[in-house]
Write a protein that binds this ligand. Structure first.
Ligand SMILES: [Fe+2]
Length: 160
């Protein structure tokens, strides 16, 4: 099923290789963190699907509001993710949790579970490189947004 969701994301983003690569990288970190932080199979699956689809609202955000700002992605992402996951036969409670994660993935004050925490850490582990952040910002992010032992270890190993 993971392969189908990956395929849907890749197809949806068409020639936007930057976004495809971003999603694949976040999925890679999210999978690694989920395994090492010992999530249940169900939680791991939710985290992986959310990682693959977390920025899926970006195209609609750009089309409707001329902006890729997080708040617009959070509005536009969940309905697109829901339709993809429904078509693949994913059950409704799983879809709802994935859509909650996608719809709040820039709202760090709303983190309410390890699946959400890992999605946020995985996105940062990729964005720090893609956005070429300076050390001070990386240290701030580490202090404020990283909670898992594995995520903190990776942040330090890669970026300090
Ligand atoms: Fe992202």
């Amino acid at each position: 099923m993971i392969e189908q969701v990956l395929n849907e994301m890749i197809t949806y983003f068409k020639n936007d290789t930057r976004r495809i690569n971003h999603a694949l990288k976040v999925y890679g970190f999210a999978t690694t963190l989920s395994g090492l932080e010992k999530l249940s199979e169900a939680e791991k699956e939710i985290t992986q699907y959310a990682a693959i689809l977390h920025d899926i609202g970006i195209k609609e955000a750009e089309r409707k509001y001329n902006s890729s700002a997080g708040c617009y992605q959070e509005i536009e992402g969940p309905p697109i993710a829901e339709s993809i996951l429904k078509n693949l036969g994913i059950d409704q409670p799983t879809i709802e949790r994935i859509c909650f994660l996608i719809g709040n993935h820039h709202s760090y004050n709303k983190i309410d579970g390890l699946d959400f925490q890992i999605l946020v850490e995985a996105d940062f582990l990729v964005n720090i490189f893609e956005d070429n952040l300076e050390q001070k910002s990386i240290d701030d992010i580490g202090r404020k947004c990283f909670k898992t032992k594995t995520g903190i270890g990776m942040l330090h190993s890669i970026y300090s």
